[in-house]
Design a protein around this ligand. Structure first.
Ligand code: OOG
Ligand code: NI
Length: 270
């Protein structure tokens, strides 16, 4: 059975809610203030750049649903490459997919990642639901910790597998709030912990995009040899500004994204 793009996005939302204790109450908060309507600006997925599970493989379900490739971004310090996809139906969220350049990690990390990916059944990756199927491998606490010492992105992915790591509220579509500062204040007043790496607000009207995000709350994750409490997923807020032609900027900002990635870090920078 083929899922419609709406069904696919809804299944991803349900999976995301299970790993993001903050998401449901925050969504409800904005729904209550906006006649029940909260529009997603974008969602994001992570993967390793190994052939079997590469960005292109993850993007396939979205391309088949009519999404188009728009732009690429490089994050040299984090060893990441990212690409975003947009649908001609602008009511659908953009999809931001990143991949870790595995060959740039130390040998012992590469070996762990190759071991994990070797456990993924080849045919499962081409299935539509793969992007929210979770973790297709067994992993030990030691493997998790070894990866974490080199890349928090790698360890997050090893622990949680394939699933949306955030949904993003489009501030442009809210009638209750027109600036990002008032949103951050509301969330902080309600007791949510925000990602302050690079400042509470990433970007500025000058770069046509302002973003902020919660810091992923810890949830219990099972490993082969026991349970650990680790950051799950986070919620983002984005405000887009018009370009000289009057249209809202639709892209991302690498310097801001670099800090947004840290929303799932166990040791977030101040
Ligand atoms: C993606 C981080 C970047 C943005 O909006 O700039 C991002 C991730 O955490 O995987 O979402
Ligand atoms: Ni984002």
């Amino acid at each position: 059975m083929t899922l419609t793009i709406e069904q696919l996005l809804n299944a991803m939302w349900q999976d995301y809610l299970a790993l993001t204790p903050d998401a449901k109450p925050i969504h409800q908060l904005f729904a209550d203030l906006n006649q029940g309507i909260v529009v997603n600006d974008h969602i994001a997925l992570r993967t390793f750049n190994l052939e079997k599970v590469s960005l292109d493989k993850i993007a396939k379900s979205f391309i088949e649903a009519g999404y188009q490739t728009v732009d690429d971004y490089q994050f040299p310090a984090k060893k990441l490459f990212a690409r975003y996809f947009q649908h001609p139906d602008e009511t659908l969220p953009k999809v931001f997919i990143s991949e870790l350049k595995v060959e740039e990690l130390p040998q012992y990390c590469q070996e762990i990642i190759h071991d994990l990916v070797s456990q993924v059944p080849e045919e499962s990756v081409s299935q539509q639901g793969f992007c929210y199927s979770g973790r297709p491998w067994s992993v030990t606490k030691e493997q998790y910790q070894e990866l974490a010492s080199e890349s928090e992105y790698a360890s997050w992915l090893a622990a949680h597998g394939f699933r949306p790591n955030h949904f993003t509220v489009s501030i442009n579509h809210l009638s209750s709030h027109s600036n990002i500062e008032s949103i951050n204040q509301l969330l902080q007043d309600k007791g949510y912990t925000m990602n302050t790496s690079g400042g509470l607000v990433k970007g500025s009207p000058d770069v046509l995009l302002e973003q902020s995000s919660t810091l992923a709350k810890e949830i219990e994750v099972s490993f082969t040899d026991g349970v650990m409490k680790l950051p799950g997923c986070y919620y983002e807020f984005a405000l887009r500004y018009p370009m000289p032609n009057g249209q809202l900027y639709q892209g991302f900002v690498a310097a801001s994204a670099d800090k947004i990635f840290e929303s799932t870090d166990t040791k977030p920078s101040p």
